[in-house]
Design a binder for this molecule. Structure first.
Ligand code: AP5
Length: 193
């Protein structure tokens, strides 16, 4: 199995690159943002609880997303590996993920951290907000709140995995093809190690 965290701030290209990486490496894509948006679309109680937080650019409680990931791991016993996108987002989520994987004799192989300037993140998300219908892309205030959550809570995820020498920074600006090649290069190195 090969388990990868695609890490980075909102708008850094995690979703865009995940689509290509799962196609090339045959990994199961687990995006907590996508799962939460599906819950909202289906008007479940979990979706209703998450919506107001997401609309404000705040994180959903740890126990909610950890439960979602636990179910996804249980439901995909045949997976060749997982690509985690937008999860973990706090130190507690990182520790929970490590435990869930260890129970399956698995671990995270690498954390690829996309590095993009704040100015570029805001430009990308405002631009996507013109057409995406995502309520958290509609104005700069909410986008900045998401970036603040990232600095306050999510950067701890990189600190957590850096201790185990699992974090590799990758420049997230440039063409989608260039960034994809850089990510693949790092994956190949870790696979060969
Ligand atoms: P989530 O859905 O995870 O959103 P996010 O992390 O804010 O990331 P985005 O989807 O906005 O950006 P991305 O990095 O995937 O970039 P993308 O490829 O889309 O989370 C949403 C919310 O859900 C959170 O705020 C929170 O409330 C909740 N949530 C989710 N997970 C949670 C968790 N684990 N714990 C607690 N709460 C959680 O690209 C963005 C734009 O840029 C696109 O338009 C794209 O076309 C464009 N783009 C991509 N690459 C390039 C490039 N190289 N050059 C130019 N444009 C590019």
């Amino acid at each position: 199995m090969f388990n990868l965290i695609l890490f980075g701030p909102p708008g850094s290209g995690k979703g865009t690159q995940s689509e290509r990486l799962i196609a090339l490496y045959g990994l199961k894509h687990l995006s907590t943002g996508d799962i939460l948006r599906a819950e909202i679309a289906n008007k479940t109680s979990l979706g209703l609880e998450a919506k107001s937080l997401m609309d404000r650019g705040e994180l959903v409680p740890d126990e909610v997303v950890i439960g979602m990931i636990r179910s996804a791991l249980d439901n995909n016993p045949q997976a060749k590996g997982f690509l985690f996108d937008g999860f973990p987002r706090t130190k507690a989520q990182s520790e929970a993920l490590d435990k869930l994987l260890a129970q399956r004799n698995e671990a995270i192989n690498v954390v690829l951290a996309l590095e993009v300037s704040e100015e570029e993140l805001i430009k990308r998300l405002l631009n996507r907000g013109l057409t995406s219908g995502r309520t958290d892309d509609v104005n700069e205030g909410i986008i900045r709140a998401r970036i603040t959550e990232y600095h306050n809570k999510t950067s701890a995820v990189a600190d957590h995995y850096r201790v185990f020498d699992k974090v590799v920074g990758v420049k997230g600006e440039g063409s989608v093809d260039e960034i994809f090649s850089a990510l693949c290069e790092e994956i190949e190195k870790r696979k060969a190690a």
